[in-house]
Design a protein around this ligand. Structure first.
Ligand SMILES: Cc1cc2nc3c(=O)[nH]c(=O)nc-3n(C[C@H](O)[C@H](O)[C@H](O)COP(=O)(O)OP(=O)(O)OC[C@H]3O[C@@H](n4cnc5c(N)ncnc54)[C@H](O)[C@@H]3O)c2cc1C
Length: 362
């Protein structure tokens, strides 16, 4: 029996573990976070992620824990609608709707057993892969690093490339939807030098986010005047449950593995959240990994084939996310005016540009 260690038990790690298990591999998932810690935020998932969940045999569990969305409305801070992105055609065009999901619900849908509270501090690559834990070294035939943007596995492989700090941060929270809230549409608000938004998730809850500048620790009072649901969502969220993260990405690599080791998710291709694609790409990674392991057997050859198939698409998304992010953060009036005009371009003219992203690369 082939054995594998997966380092990191979040979206990428669980999806990769499912792919390995589907190929008959005996998998051990190691996650440094202790048991019982809440999984903070929500996610917007596009049709290719749902296609990946079909391959991973987790679509029904996902559907039961997520909500189908009709689109994304973009507002300015005065509440004027700048753009209404209609996603009602997604299901007929791409087979699946746009969806909102709590990260914890997506992880529950992936249903993989995880050894929590185990931090991997080093990885050694030889005929086998070995992971150092506080309990000693563990060995396996294969190892997948799914340990996020500051990946230890990546570092141990000598792949380098420090994350690139963007100078921005984001707060995230989850709260119950207020009375009268439209729970079928996601929202984005582009303000002066920052943006925010919300995504309805299951059980009448809403995930929201707001960006800021590095060094900011408190949400500025001025947000209260944004004439959209965002201030109400922020006010309803207990402050001790808020997440605050620096936003960073990494220059794309042509490949991200060596010997019996590969990477998935943010460890492989960290990106800024402007296109809401990080978790989507982690799921696509796992589906392609599964396809290559099915074709070649769970092996180094399958890992290299997976990396080759994923490099171009993920690099394109990393670069595009980096280009789009500053536009959402524009501060000065002329730039905001230009942004408003760009957002006013009718969807029939912009739809074809999104095809490659929404149709997927599986
Ligand atoms: C503001 C914001 C909004 C976003 N919105 C979206 C969205 O709408 N849609 C979308 O697709 N993506 C979105 N993303 C991106 C998405 O959250 C990430 O891309 C995704 O979570 C990456 O998953 P991952 O499993 O690769 O890494 P992570 O979620 O970072 O998980 C890595 C896991 O590895 C564990 N770990 C780390 N080091 C070790 C170690 N040494 N030993 C053991 N365990 C370790 C960590 O504890 C963690 O659980 C957003 C990100 C941000 C910041």
């Amino acid at each position: 029996l082939t054995s594998a260690i997966v380092v990191g038990g979040a979206v990428g790690g669980l999806a990769a573990a499912r792919a390995l298990a589907a190929c008959g591999v005996e998998v051990t998932v190691l996650e440094r976070r202790p048991p019982g810690q809440a999984e903070g935020a929500g996610l917007l998932l596009y049709p290719p992620a749902a296609q990946a969940l079909v391959r991973l045999d987790a679509l029904d569990a996902f559907r039961a824990r997520s909500v189908a969305l009709t689109g994304i409305a973009t507002y300015d801070q005065r509440g004027r609608v700048l753009n209404e992105f209609d996603a009602t055609g997604f299901e007929s065009k791409y087979g699946h709707p746009l969806a909102g999901v709590h990260r914890a619900d997506l992880m529950a849908a992936l249903a993989v057993e995880v050894r929590r509270g185990v931090e991997v501090t080093d990885v050694a690559v030889g005929d086998q892969a070995r992971a150092r834990t506080p309990q000693g070294w563990l060995a396996a035939d294969l190892l997948v690093g799914a340990d996020g943007i500051r990946s230890r596995v990546r570092e141990a492989l000598g792949l380098g490339a420090e994350p690139r700090r963007s100078g921005w941060v984001a707060w995230r929270g989850i709260t119950d939807a207020p009375a009268g809230f439209d729970a079928t549409t996601a929202g984005v608000v582009v303000g002066r030098g920052r943006h925010g938004g919300w995504v309805p998730v299951a059980d009448g809850r809403v995930y929201w986010f707001l960006t800021g500048n590095a060094g900011e620790t408190a949400i500025p009072d001025a947000i209260e005047r944004w004439a959209t649901p965002l201030p109400q969502l922020i006010a309803a969220t207990p402050s001790e449950t808020l997440l605050l993260n620096e936003l960073a990405d990494r220059d794309p690599d042509a490949r991200w593995g060596r010997g019996p080791v590969t990477l998935v998710g943010d460890a492989a291709h960290a990106m800024l959240p402007s296109l809401a694609q990080g978790a989507n790409q982690a799921l696509e990674d796992a589906a392609v990994l599964l396809a290559e392991m099915t074709a070649r057997g769970p092996s180094e050859a399958a890992f290299r084939a997976y990396e080759r198939r994923r490099a171009a698409r993920t690099a394109r998304i990393v670069r595009l996310s980096r280009q789009v992010m500053p536009v959402f953060q524009w501060r000065r009036a002329p730039a905001r005016g230009l942004r408003g005009r760009l957002l006013a371009i009718p969807q029939r003219f912009t739809d074809r540009q999104g095809e490659w992203l929404y149709r997927g690369g599986l």
